[in-house]
Design a protein around this ligand. Structure first.
Ligand SMILES: Nc1nc2c(ncn2[C@@H]2O[C@H](COP(=O)(O)OP(=O)(O)O)[C@@H](O)[C@H]2O)c(=O)[nH]1
Ligand SMILES: [Mg+2]
Length: 194
């Protein structure tokens, strides 16, 4: 799935932030963009769809350097969370190398988390992918909120395999880079295998 440009000696990886609307996907990407030095990041681009916005930017972490002489660049995407943008979400999963599921820790968003996960599996299947085989991280966001559901409960409901789980308060940047590093590590491990 990874796009390898042999003449430019570049490896391009696609990481998608998935999850229920208003869970904090855009907040994660904005924080990363804002906290990253200008020379290693691309522009933060908003592709406006009808009612929502899809964000992505190029991102080249310095510390990664090269894999077998190839520069490694990560493209981070978020998907529109609204149900009526099902088609956009399906398209954004095309060629995905790594997935971050941003769950909303609020009790009243549990159904939305579960529904979004179900929808993720379905959309992956439509592309012929299986969550089992794709690098995957679960982020439990909005830990700062007083009514946040306990971690163990969230894990028992939302974990899909033995994926790494990170607590986050994306609004303050907490857990944002831990989550990103974890998915990058998994994606690079996959690339080295192939
Ligand atoms: N309290 C709290 N609010 C958050 C956190 N992360 C995001 N938000 C807020 O939740 C709302 C939706 O976030 P956004 O990133 O747009 O969600 P998206 O629809 O998943 O992209 C915004 O008002 C954010 O400021 C968090 O960790 N804690
Ligand atoms: Mg968003």
């Amino acid at each position: 799935m990874t796009f390898i440009n042999y003449s430019a000696r570049e490896i391009n990886c696609k990481v998608v932030y998935y999850g229920p609307g208003l869970g904090g996907k855009t907040t994660n990407i904005r924080f990363i963009h804002q906290a990253t030095a200008p020379h290693i990041k691309g522009e933060l681009v908003s592709l406006a769809t009808e009612n929502e916005r899809t964000l992505f930017f190029d991102f080249m972490p310095l510390e990664l350097g090269t894999v077998r002489g190839f520069k490694t660049r990560f493209h981070l995407y978020t998907v529109p969370g609204q149900v009526y943008h099902g088609e956009a979400r399906k398209l954004l999963l095309k060629g995905v190398d790594g997935l971050i599921f941003v769950a909303d820790s609020q009790e009243e968003r549990m159904d939305a988390n579960v529904e979004s996960l179900r929808n993720l599996k379905e959309n992956l299947a439509a592309q012929g992918y299986d969550l089992e085989d794709i690098p995957y991280v679960l982020q439990l966001n909005k830990r700062d909120l007083p009514g946040a559901v306990p971690i163990e409960t969230l894990k028992s409901v939302l974990m899909k395999k033995s994926e790494p789980v990170f607590e986050a308060t994306a609004a303050q940047g907490d857990g944002v880079f831990d989550t990103l590093k974890s998915i990058m590590k998994q994606v690079l491990t996959e690339i080295r295998k192939s």
